[in-house]
Structures are given as structure tokens and as C-alpha cells.
Ligand binder design. Structure first.
Ligand code: TPP
Ligand code: MG
Length: 358
């Protein structure tokens, strides 16, 4: 017998749940300002999350997918990106979007059903949120292939969930990314659940990372509640991708502390004890503990930052709520160069209805 292939999947954790460094930290983590920026971004995401849920519960926002407990994945990954890279996100990556320069108001608009929220002023080439599970993975490979063909030193970053790794789109995207050596880094935001389906029922594989190895793509796991570790491994993978070494996949293991969305009630299928246990691992308290242990953070700074985040979120929410809705015809205006007759009629009817005509 000849062994033709063998593989290993590593897991990286640099700071443990108590906020103690358990390995040598990378150079960026020696700079207090950089750590503070990561912490601030996670707190801002959490403040946005809380407000978004409050707005939805009071009928002023659409169905919303919370990122509670998963802030380190978005922040760590986005902090590892260059502005010229392109983010191709699923619907739970507000943290990454905010870091990239999407505004709080744009996020509120999008989740309020207004597509103007997807027309980001700053990361103009980043993709809009993808709600169909995993269908954005082939797009990310296409973006990366374009970078390679044009000889640009850029990478695409595609984030999807544990459930998405069961989709054909993701398997096909991984396969072609491997064949084309496309500069794309896939991030699996493994939050333990795909709505009511737990990770254990999603796949019999020991890790989700190893699915990429079958496509010839190096893959690893990282503690997705350790923002320093996430940024570290993502930076390494992105640098390799930009310099021609091809794609990578990182499975960031975290936990969905919230319901799946505001349309879900997780207490119907998930034990509260499991959720409580995971609160001990969550990323915001972890980095705060680390900063406090290092003498870099105190209660006064914490209170000031909480107030600043809350003020920013309240101002953005007020501005969103004061935004007049788009004209009724807008929904018809950006798909066809020339509207088919039926749609043209519907457009006229929509305008008439909006004007109160029969
Ligand atoms: C193609 C497709 N099928 C089904 C759904 C309904 N749906 C929405 S989220 C979801 C689960 C996704 O789980 P996961 O990939 O783990 O992402 P998470 O929501 O946990 O971040 C499903 C089945 C969908 N949005 N798109
Ligand atoms: Mg999931």
C-alpha cells in the first residue's frame, strides 16, 4: 500500500478566554493603539447590533441577523485586509463592513430594506451582503481570478457560515479557486449553528477547514473569539494570496450567542446552558481582559468608549429614520436597460398607487 495523501489541520489561539497570552503575540499586538482599534471596532459592532434589534422589535427595521459573539471574526479579518482587497460578505459580517468603511447609516438603511444602504461610499468595490447561503463564493473566486489576470496585487475575502460549507456553490468555488490559484481567502464563520441545525448534524468531518484541503487549498482553524489570532492568521493568508501563492481557507470557530435572526427563537431548539457556557468565551470581554492585564485599559476608558459608540449609533439611527423612502418606481429602475412591457405597466401602477390614484 502507498499513502497518496495525508493532511493536518492546525488551530491557532494566542489569547485565552481569561485574556492571557498563551503564545508569542505578533508585532501588531505590541502596539496599544492597534489593539485599541480592534477593541473599539468590536464594541461599535455590538452597539450597532443592540440598536438594530431594538429598531426591529419596534417595527422600524426589517429582519436582522445579529453578530453577537462573532465580532472578532469580522474585525480580525477586515483588519488584516488592505483597502484595495475586496470583501464578499454574507449577512452576518457587519463588523467587517464597518471596519472597511461602510457607515452605520448605510447598514441601517440596508437592514431597513433600502438598497441605497448597499451603495457604499467608501469600500466601493466591496460586494453587497449576500443572503442566499453560499451563493457568493463563486463570485469571490471570479473577483480573485480577475485580479490575477490583470496582474493586480489584491485579494478577495469571502466570508460564509458553517452551514454554507454544505452547499454545492461553496464546494465548486473551492474547487476552481484551487485549480486557478486564485487570490481568494475563504473565511468560515463557524458559529456552531445553521438556524436550528447544530454543527454536529452539518457534517461528519472533524473540521470544516479540511473541506478545502480536498480542493488543494491550505486550510486551518483559528479561535474565532480571539481577535488577535484571527487578524494574525488572516494577514498571513492574505499576504500569500496577494503574492501569488493562491487561495486559503480559515475556519474561525466562534458561537452564535443570539437567535439566528430577529425572525427566530433559538430557545425552541437550543439549551440555554449551552449558550451561557459560551458567554465565557466571548471575544469582547476576552480582549478587554487582556488589555486590563497589560495596564492598557481602565473603567473610565471603557465608559467613555461605550458612550462614544452609543452616541455614534444613535446619530446614525436618527439619520436613517429621517431618510425619506425611495420613490415607488425605483424598484423597477436598475435591472433592465429597457423594461419589458409587463414591468413597465407595473411601474406605472406603482407610481399611480403611490400618488393615491386608483
Ligand atoms: C440558498 C439558501 N437556502 C436556504 C436559505 C435559508 N437560510 C438562511 S440562513 C440559513 C442557515 C445558514 O447557516 P450558516 O451558513 O451556518 O450561517 P449563519 O446564519 O449561522 O451565520 C438558511 C438555511 C437561504 N438564505 N439561502
Ligand atoms: Mg452558522
Amino acid at each position: 500500500m502507498t499513502i497518496l495523501a495525508q493532511f493536518t489541520v492546525s488551530s491557532t489561539r494566542l489569547v485565552d478566554a481569561a485574556g492571557k497570552a498563551v503564545a508569542a503575540l505578533p508585532p501588531f499586538a505590541q502596539d496599544p493603539k492597534k489593539l485599541e482599534a480592534l477593541y473599539r471596532a468590536m464594541l461599535l459592532t455590538r452597539a450597532f447590533d443592540t440598536k438594530a434589534i431594538a429598531l426591529q422589535r419596534t417595527g422600524r427595521l426589517g429582519t436582522y441577523a445579529s453578530a453577537l459573539g462573532q465580532e472578532a471574526i469580522g474585525v480580525g479579518v477586515a483588519a488584516a485586509m488592505q483597502p484595495s482587497d475586496v470583501l464578499v460578505p454574507s449577512y452576518r459580517e457587519h463588523a467587517a463592513q464597518l471596519w472597511r468603511g461602510v457607515t452605520l447609516k448605510e447598514l441601517f438603511l440596508y437592514w431597513g430594506g433600502d438598497e441605497r444602504g448597499n451603495d457604499f461610499a467608501v469600500p466601493h468595490e466591496d460586494f453587497p451582503v449576500c443572503v442566499p447561503v453560499g451563493s457568493h463564493a463563486p463570485h469571490a473566486v471570479g473577483v480573485a481570478l480577475a485580479f490575477r489576470l490583470r496582474g493586480e496585487k489584491r485579494a478577495a475575502v469571502c466570508v460564509f457560515g458553517d452551514g454554507a460549507t454544505s452547499k454545492g456553490d461553496v464546494a465548486e468555488a473551492l474547487n476552481m479557486a484551487g485549480v486557478w490559484k486564485a487570490p481568494v481567502v475563504f473565511i468560515v464563520n463557524n458559529n456552531g449553528w445553521a438556524i436550528s441545525v447544530p454543527r454536529a448534524k452539518q457534517s461528519a468531518a472533524a473540521t470544516l477547514a479540511q473541506k478545502a484541503i480536498a480542493a488543494g487549498i491550505p486550510a486551518e482553524q483559528v479561535d474565532g473569539n480571539d481577535v488577535i489570532a484571527v487578524r494574525f492568521v488572516a494577514e498571513r493568508a492574505l499576504e500569500r494570496a496577494r503574492t501569488g501563492a493562491g487561495p486559503a481557507l480559515i475556519e474561525a470557530v466562534s458561537y452564535r450567542l443570539s437567535d439566528h435572526t430577529t425572525a427566530d427563537d433559538a430557545s425552541r431548539y437550543r439549551d440555554d446552558k449551552e449558550v451561557s457556557a459560551h458567554w465565557a468565551q466571548e471575544p469582547v470581554a476576552r480582549l478587554r481582559s487582556y488589555l486590563v492585564h497589560q495596564g492598557l485599559w481602565n473603567t473610565a476608558q471603557e465608559e467613555a468608549l461605550l458612550q462614544e459608540c452609543s452616541k455614534q449609533v444613535e446619530e446614525a439611527a436618527a439619520s436613517y429614520l429621517a431618510t425619506p423612502p425611495r420613490a415607488a418606481a425605483a424598484i423597477f429602475d436598475h435591472v433592465y436597460a429597457e423594461l419589458p412591457r409587463e414591468l413597465a405597466e407595473q411601474r406605472e401602477a406603482a407610481i399611480a398607487t403611490a400618488e393615491g390614484k386608483p
